[in-house]
Design a protein around this ligand. Sequence first.
Ligand SMILES: Nc1ncnc2c1ncn2[C@@H]1O[C@H](COP(=O)(O)OP(=O)(O)O)[C@@H](O)[C@H]1O
Ligand SMILES: CC(=O)N[C@@H](CCC(=O)OP(=O)(O)O)C(=O)O
Length: 281
Amino acid sequence: MEHAGSVIVVKFGGNAMVDGTLQQTFAEDVVELWRAGLRPVVVHGGGPQISAMLDRLGLESRFTAGLRVTTPETMEVVRMVLTGRVQRELVGSINAHGPFAVGMTGEDAHTMTAVRRPAWVDGRQVDIGLVGEIVEVNADTVRALLAQGRIPVVSPVARGTDGEVYNVNADLAASALASALDAERLVMLTDVAGLFQDWPHDTEVIERLTADQLEALLPGLAGGMLPKMEGCLRAVRSGVRRAQVLDGRVPHAVLRGVLGDTAPGTTVVPGPGPASGTHGR
Ligand SMILES: Nc1ncnc2c1ncn2[C@@H]1O[C@H](COP(=O)(O)OP(=O)(O)O)[C@@H](O)[C@H]1O
Ligand SMILES: CC(=O)N[C@@H](CCC(=O)OP(=O)(O)O)C(=O)O
């Protein structure tokens, strides 16, 4: 159970965001966490929204190892959709409850610095364009907002060491920020019941696993679950007490997960040891 003042980083995924009602309940939950004395920080995604805009513009969406192949033209759309639209909508939903949310991106005040990151496919490096790997987080601005009683809402766009602007997978951005803030918990909302070992054939979610167990599973994962679980692993390895992938289709998943520990999903905890069980889809 969290104590007053604990930082909770919540990643709100693009797939959970396409449902307007779920976005409203997500906003209510974040404000409830704040009212309960916790310090929530939101990192948002927006993959489906970026893909929809690219489609409208007649541009192709391509993913390699769960990461969007990002040309300079794609990057312009990524930045516009994430920061100009998705972040604004989320800030608006939270601020329907009071003057809480302040939107920012990883570019602001050098909060996130990245280098170009290739993808790994069958043991080979593949160039995927302006996709960034975060190499440094300066969380001072986020901390200052928290100290003022605000709820930071962060877009996963980073400044490159080479002066470029990089597209960062939102799960990995949330993980890096959770580590830098020494967060108590990292919560990632998604559109499935949690992590399935043998996707899409398994019917049982892995409810709880240790960092060592996750590390062993990671090479077998693919698609959008790969950066999510990589993010959970990195966070827990760097001191975050627990990292969770929760089913964002369930109303109030954040509140139930953080305050009640009753939300369906997968929890990653530090250390070795046996998994404690599974549950059905
Ligand atoms: N092992 C797995 N367990 C669960 N989901 C998986 C797995 N492998 C791939 N997936 C896919 O990953 C998706 C979640 O990732 P993503 O689409 O990036 O979500 P989000 O937008 O929430 O970040 C699921 O909808 C599912 O299709
Ligand atoms: C490099 C990379 O893949 N970036 C992501 C950023 C948004 C994101 O991660 O959104 P979701 O969490 O909704 O998937 C993208 O361009 O789609």
